[in-house]
Design a protein around this ligand. Sequence first.
Ligand code: SF4
Length: 393
Amino acid sequence: MKLNPYIQTFRRMSEAGGKIESGLYLHYPFCVSKCPYCHFSSVLYESELHRMWLQRIEQEINLLARFLACYLRIDTVYFGGGTPSLLGPEEVQLLISRIKQKLEVEAEEITLEVNPQADPEWIPGWLESGITRLSFGVQSFDPSVLRKIGRSYSPAEVINLLEKSKQSGAKNIGVDLMTGIPGESLSSIEINFQVLDQIRPEHVSVYLLEELENVPFRRIWEENPVSEEQTAERYECYRSGLEEKGWRQYEISNFASPGFECRHNLKYWKYRPFVGLGPASSSHLANLRWTVTSDIREWLETGGKEEVVLDEFLELTPEDEVRENLASSLRLTEGVSLEELASRYPFFCFSAYERKIKKLLEEGFLLKKGDRIMIPPENFLVSNWIISELIFP
Ligand code: SF4
């Protein structure tokens, strides 16, 4: 469907009045090659498509600003992808300055996702352009694991890039790792710990290899599957090891030195407003949620028009919002405050949820501290089941 999602959002926000703090996400959808396990929305890089993306994303910034500039204060910006580190320092600088010209920005954090094969010479330029956080999609420092997942860089290249970032003055570095990979062993995790100790990034994410339904890696997985017990053992090894080494777990897959939790991603988990620009991006403002088409050519073709092609545009009921809020906030180690939830939805009747919470507390699947409920970390691997027990009838 083609429509301008900002018109309805404008109506809702003008009724409510005042400004809200919001995150801003920009999706850069191109990669130099497609990783065999990847289920993200990305296509192969072409310089002409890159140029068209820059033009179109500027139009989207303008369209957002035209309708909602008076109602938004942007406090986090996130360049995700795809491979947004294919954007050179001047291009990142231009985009940040456009965002600042058109919208009220008091950004506490501006993140760029960086591919391990990025040009180290670009790092100082990115930092000068306003990027405050670099998030590296490393996956593993064990060369045999990298070969298995079809990544062609060497651990030495990544370590060089991370060290160059530190030397260039980066104060907030994230390293993303993946576990549950065929061929990975406890010694692969030990190798990762050694490099993490050497580099001391401020943030570490550990994602499970999953959603392999329609990707080529499925065949490799089927030849050498990893059992649930093995995945649980590796996850637990990361969890306890990272905590021991000073990275505090704050979400199922995320660990940080105190004060370095990713503020942008916290918006998703705390169910706070965010706007997404670019193909396949999602937005959630007022009680409206929409997702832009993931078809890159379709997205590019609406350039210059006041409409965006959307895959989904939803008006959420209070019931939808309570469910989504619980599902996302229970991913956090701090869980969710029931008092805060009740004050966000003052006319909602929580009695059905209270009964389920009581049952899950009695069974030990949830914990309660003060007015907060949370999933105990030892139950994180069954969190999907716990959350669906709680939120579905
Ligand atoms: S670099 Fe990231 S987004 Fe691109 S294909 Fe690989 S996993 Fe997917």
